[in-house]
Ligand binder design. Structure first.
Ligand SMILES: Cc1cc2nc3c(=O)[nH]c(=O)nc-3n(C[C@H](O)[C@H](O)[C@H](O)COP(=O)(O)OP(=O)(O)OC[C@H]3O[C@@H](n4cnc5c(N)ncnc54)[C@H](O)[C@@H]3O)c2cc1C
Length: 242
């Protein structure tokens, strides 16, 4: 009898490319990747060395940016953040032939809607780009992305009726800090009464969590609002993925 596929794969780094100053793309090769080829579940758990010098393994969530099941690879875009962690380190130091585990897929994608509001920071950029590229051509809406600077902007295809706003954290004057929250609050107020809208938000814990309850009230199942990381320390990702 064949054992059921629990999703866990051994993946091998076949290419590592710095696609922006703070974003490293790893191409990971593995076998039988068909179960990961779905926009209903965008994310995977990567099982990575806890540090370059140990055999201990930790788990981090990442997003499949591209997948080619026939060729047997996925592309994952890793933010290279300043506080070293196993995920960022694995990407920064990766060499062709390095291995990691990958399981899933997990997390939910966007539900069909005539109008979308998608927002997030650089950790959400791979997911937002993948969602935007697969929306129907007639889709309308707004995307708000907050990233470090212009040099971190990674453009992606999106329907003509979707307006994309890039906010550059590094260029924001002190008195304008919180521009993302302000822009998002305005966009959320605009969609509050739109029953046809779908809202998808991901980013740093303190930016995302205050939006959860109001969004549940206004959009219930027509929204996803997920913390992707937490400033000043790790948080359990096991409970953060819807
Ligand atoms: C469903 C889901 C999908 C995700 N997809 C992606 C993805 O495609 N690409 C991606 O890069 N990330 C993605 N993330 C976020 C990623 O899992 C976290 O950023 C994770 O904490 C990185 O792990 P690490 O080992 O590098 O750092 P950790 O060990 O988790 O943290 C070490 C230190 O770094 C800080 N830190 C962690 N992340 C960041 C950051 N982005 N910016 C600044 N400081 C940070 C922490 O506050 C901590 O102080 C996703 C998260 C979820 C839940």
């Amino acid at each position: 009898m064949t054992a059921p596929d629990d999703g866990l794969r051994m993946m091998r780094v076949s290419a590592s490319t710095r696609i922006a100053p703070r974003m490293q793309r790893l191409r990971l090769e593995g076998e039988a990747l068909e179960r990961f080829d779905t926009t209903a579940n965008l994310h995977v758990r990567l099982h990575l060395p806890a540090s370059p010098a140990t055999a201990a393994v930790v788990t981090r969530y990442y997003t499949i940016r591209h997948i080619d099941t026939a060729a047997g690879w996925v592309d994952i875009d890793f933010v290279l953040h300043e506080a070293p962690g196993p995920g960022g380190d694995f990407a920064r130091l990766a060499k062709v032939g390095d291995i990691c585990g990958m399981s899933g897929p997990c997390g939910l994608g966007a539900k069909p809607a005539p109008f979308y509001l998608l927002a997030g920071d650089e950790t959400a950029l791979p997911a937002i780009a993948r969602i935007a590229e697969t929306l129907p051509v007639q889709a309308r809406g707004k995307i708000i992305l907050e990233i470090g600077g212009r040099e971190d902007q990674i453009d992606f295809r999106h329907p003509a009726g979707i307006a994309v706003s890039w906010l550059y954290r590094g260029e924001t004057a002190v008195e304008e800090q919180g521009l993302f929250t302000k822009n998002l609050a305005q966009a959320l107020a605009e969609v509050e009464s739109r029953r046809d809208s779908f809202v998808w938000i991901a980013g740093e814990y303190s930016a995302v969590m205050p939006l959860r309850t109001p969004l549940k009230r206004s959009h219930a199942k027509r929204s996803l609002c997920v913390p992707y990381w937490r400033a000043e320390g790790r948080f359990s990702q096991t409970s953060s993925v819807s």
